[in-house]
Design a protein around this ligand. Structure first.
Ligand code: MEV
Length: 438
């Protein structure tokens, strides 16, 4: 059967499943059944999920775990984490426990400014454009009033509007550079609507302007879109404790352990190959919270890694120091997130996670997410500079290997005991199961 189809999106869900399974699968009924087995038992909830995107056939599960004991700015939180990587939730829980009796995590939002741009071409005299912009700036902002009124009531709105000459980078290229605050919303729709409105106003006002007519040059709008680079939507998380409160780690004194963590972060700061993996560990915590709270992990990832490269070189997002007997680790992250709108009310599990967190404001959620990133970074480095990453990782991965090799419950129990004292690998587990058949 041909894999080409026209009008697929117009088929019913059942027709889509029939076509896709008949076209691409050896056992079509089994493939269709697999999709159905992941439908929610409540037709209402399933319809909600179906309507998030186009051509939904089923759901795709990721585990939701929780990491308790996070003391953040003196309040205790249990963090919801959506992630498939076996050791991440356990690592978060361990890091939370480590810092719990050392004052916990401190976090603070530096600012919440977001950016959008109207990109346009203009071939005329730059001074005419500049004069026109200054003369019409208020009128352009006025044009957005119906969009910004509600946001202003919630403490947000357009914060600044500037004309930027980018012709040194690209011939005829200018932009309107707009900064926004969006209160508790991520604000993508609000920002993009404002930008499109500003673009229309720019175009219309320039068409009526005599100086533009006189020089026979017009503004050509290319596109209007928010930027996911948000270095002014920044949050900082920090942990700190006296060296003498750090316990011995695998024969290493607390002070020696802290020094190794500082050394490890120094390496990530000067070496991009290491920095990428180091930051990936931070994002293990960040993304798990971003997903659990229905935020946009692609936007966060893009923005965070651009921020890690802001000096022109990709470096570590976290920093550590030992000063006057005090060990400190900190992390700054650009996080444009929301706690209202988007999936927050529509996705029942997102709503559940929000309730678990006490329905935080977007600023509070920024703090919680940054802490999750810092905790994950600490946990990863703690393993790396002591026992190595594989010990904890493979311990958590043991269940995956046992399931993959279709171990029975009795075999699983025996394997858990056996591998407390033996090195875990797929081969070692396979050999174990062969000699322990029951
Ligand atoms: C694995 O998901 C994350 C780590 O590689 C992070 C790191 O190396 O710092 C352990």
């Amino acid at each position: 059967m041909s894999a080409r189809i026209d009008g697929f999106s117009k088929l019913t869900k059942e027709e889509k499943i029939n076509w896709i399974t008949a076209t691409h699968f050896k056992d079509a009924p089994q493939a269709a059944q697999q999709l159905r087995s992941y439908w929610n038992s409540s037709p209402k909830v399933q319809t909600q999920h179906d309507e998030f995107i186009e051509n939904t056939l089923s759901n795709f599960y990721l585990p939701l775990g929780v990491a308790p004991n996070f003391l953040i700015n003196n309040s205790l939180f249990t963090l919801p984490m959506v992630i498939e990587e076996s050791s991440v939730v356990a690592a978060a829980g361990n890091a939370a426990k480590f810092w719990l009796d050392k004052g916990g995590f401190e976090a603070k939002v530096i600012d919440t400014l977001k950016v959008g741009q109207v990109h346009f071409h203009y071939k005329g005299d730059p001074s005419i454009l500049k004069t026109f912009f200054e003369k019409n700036k208020i009128a352009m902002l006025e044009a957005t009033k119906s969009l910004t009124l509600n946001m202003e009531k919630r403490g947000g709105g357009i914060v600044s509007l500037d004309l930027i000459d980018k012709t040194d980078d690209l011939e005829h290229y200018y932009q309107l550079y707009v900064r926004f605050r969006t209160a508790d919303a991520m604000g993508a729709n609000f920002i993009n609507s404002c930008l499109e409105c500003l673009a229309d106003a720019l175009q219309n006002l320039s068409q009526q302007d005599v100086s533009f007519k006189a020089q026979d040059s017009k503004i050509e709008i290319i596109m209007s879109i928010l930027s996911n680079y948000v270095p002014e939507c920044l949050v900082q998380a920090k942990v700190s404790c006296p060296l003498d409160t750090i316990p011995t780690h695998e024969g290493m004194s607390g002070a020696a352990f802290a020094k190794k963590i500082v050394q490890a972060i120094d390496i990530a700061n000067c070496e991009s190959y290491r920095a990428v993996t180091h930051n990936k560990g931070i994002m293990n915590g960040v993304d798990a919270l971003i997903l659990a709270t229905g935020n946009d992990f692609r936007a966060i990832e893009a923005g965070v890694h651009a921020y890690a490269s802001r000096s022109g070189k990709y470096t570590s997002l976290s920093h550590a120091s030992i000063k006057e007997g005090q060990f400190t680790m900190e992390l700054s992250l650009p996080l444009a997130i929301g706690t209202v709108g988007g999936l927050t009310k529509l996705h029942p599990m997102v709503n559940w996670c929000m309730e678990l967190l006490g329905y935080p404001s977007s600023k509070k959620l920024m703090e919680i997410i940054a802490v999750a990133g810092l905790a994950q970074n600490f946990a990863a480095l703690r393993s790396l500079v002591t026992s190595g990453i594989q010990k904890g990782h493979m311990k958590m991965h043991l269940f995956n290997i046992l399931n993959q090799l279709e171990a029975t419950d009795i075999q699983k129990e025996a394997a858990l005991t056996h591998f407390k004292t033996h090195t875990i690998s797929v081969k070692a587990v396979g050999d174990f199961l062969t000699t322990n058949q029951s």
